[in-house]
Design a protein around this ligand. Structure first.
Ligand code: ZN
Length: 71
């Protein structure tokens, strides 16, 4: 699936708008993502088996922490 790289980059751009950044890339090619407040982190796989991995991840990350406050 050559589209996965583009999908992940799109996901990274989307969460960047909420304060999340790529802290580093692991030896397995995972992205370690850090939020703006420093209390949350997660990883983005390189080639997830689940097609909606990035969609789910983006939704989860924004729920956990976002610089775009809802209140
Ligand atoms: Zn946070």
């Amino acid at each position: 699936m050559s589209g996965q790289r583009a999908e992940r980059e799109a996901a990274v751009r989307e969460v960047a708008a909420h304060g999340w950044t790529v802290a580093r890339e692991t030896s397995r090619g995972y992205y370690v993502m850090h939020c703006s407040c420093g209390r949350h982190q997660t990883t983005m796989h390189k080639t997830p088996r689940l097609l909606d991995h990035f969609r789910n991840k983006v939704a989860w990350m924004i729920t956990q922490c976002s610089t775009q406050g809802k209140d």
